[in-house]
Structure formats: C-alpha cells, structure tokens
Design a protein around this ligand. Structure first.
Ligand code: SF4
Length: 230
C-alpha cells in the first residue's frame, strides 16, 4: 500500500523528521476519517509548529496543561484524549527513544515493534496499523502482521462474513483466518471497500463483494423482487 509523500515505499530509511511525522499522523488516525486525521497531523507539524527538527521535543517543550489548552485552537481531533495523548506519548518518545521514532522500530521485527508501540500507549489497533505501514514502506521487515481493526475493517469483515459489523478483536481474528500467511495484505483492500461502499448505510449493489457477502445476500433475499439494497 502506498502511504504517499514523504513516506516513500522504496525501502530507503526515513529521516528522523519523516519518522516522527509519520508516527504523529498515525496516532491521530482513529474515530475520524483517515484522510482528515493525516491532514490534521500534517497541519500541526508543518503549519502550526513550523516543521521543527524534533516534533516530540517541540510538543513537550510546554507543560502538559498548556498543551491541553491548545485543543480548541489546533482542532486536531474530535476526541480531547486524542489531542492530549500526543503530549504523553511525545514525553515517552523523548525519554525512552531520544525523541526519534525510528528507535521504536529500528532492528525490531513486527511482533516486537507492536509490543513497544503498545508500551508507549499508541493503542492496540493503531499499533497494528503502524506496524503494517512500516512494512509497506520497507522500514521494518517481517513475514506477517495483523490488520487494523478500525471501523472499515469491522464493517466489511463483519457484514461479509457474519452478517453484521463486528468488534475489533473479531475482525482481526477473521482476517487471520482469511489470509493466515499475512493478514495485513487485506488491510488496504478492506479500507477501499469500507471507504467507498460499506458505509453506515452500505451501497451493496455497487460493491464487488456483494455476491459473497452474507449481509448483502440476506438483505436482497428480504426485499421484494425488483428492489435492491442501497
Ligand atoms: S456487499 Fe454491502 S455489506 Fe457487504 S461488504 Fe459490500 S457494501 Fe458492505
């Protein structure tokens, strides 16, 4: 999967600036649309803080209460905790990794990297996405990793295989069953289906999974002839 500029996927190792920016955007990527999360992260780094050499030291250069007071001004996320935790995680990155996100994953395999990310408080599903993205971009090597059990993956796998959206843990387990060799390879296609078709009200007639999807098949069977789900 292509993560766009400046997160090149040619295997060249990222600079500290790029790695820190990547981690920050990932940390905002939950419970709001992904594109908005990444745009907000880029806006914070580039426009608000002026693309500093060390984003985590910049963020934690003010006391935590002062960072929290910037929530309304910066408008990074709809949940206050998402804004607040950037300071706390930034503090951990400074203390344990010298302010350099690359030290979280350099020389580590996907499983160990996942554990380190959990340890700094990145959260279960975000950590899985970070590991998968790092593999996509050639920053870590490893044979397999899990999907991120976000709203898109929970909806698509839940509806397609169980008939209704499911929880993150079940979605991760379903992806493992579908593609045990490397569940992460399903993450991109599931995101595309989730973003484009499997919305709150799914657009089943336009979805390529409709012929195999329990939810779509059950919905069309319930409708009178001549009508379709939509
Ligand atoms: S067919 Fe409908 S319910 Fe099934 S995955 Fe596609 S959009 Fe979602």
């Amino acid at each position: 999967m292509d993560w766009g500029q400046p997160y090149k996927s040619d295997g060249a190792l990222w600079s500290k600036k790029v790695a820190n920016r990547f981690l920050l955007c990932c940390l905002l990527d939950y419970q709001i649309p992904s594109l908005q999360a990444w745009a907000n992260g880029e806006r914070l780094v580039i426009s608000i803080l002026g693309d500093p050499d060390d984003i985590w030291r910049e963020i934690t250069s003010v006391p935590e209460h002062e960072w929290k007071s910037k929530r309304g001004e910066y408008r990074l996320h709809r949940f206050p905790v998402a804004h607040d935790r950037l300071w706390r995680i930034g503090r951990r990155v400074c203390d344990a990794f010298e302010g350099d996100a690359r030290r979280i994953w350099d020389g580590r395999d996907p499983v160990t990297t996942l554990e380190v990310l959990w340890g700094i408080g990145a959260g279960d599903q975000i950590s899985r996405m970070i590991v998968g993205a790092l593999r996509d971009c050639g920053q870590i090597k490893g044979l397999a990793s899990d999907v991120k059990g976000d709203v898109y993956v929970r909806r698509v796998l839940g509806r397609a295989l169980l008939g209704a959206p499911t929880d993150a843990e079940t979605a991760v387990a379903l992806a493992r069953q579908l593609h045990p060799a490397d569940p992460w390879l399903l993450d991109g296609p599931l995101w595309v289906v989730g973003q484009g078709f499997c919305k709150t009200i799914p657009k089943c007639p336009a979805c390529e999974l409709a012929a195999y999807c329990i939810h779509a098949l059950a919905s069309s069977a319930e409708l009178p002839k001549g009508l379709s789900t939509g």
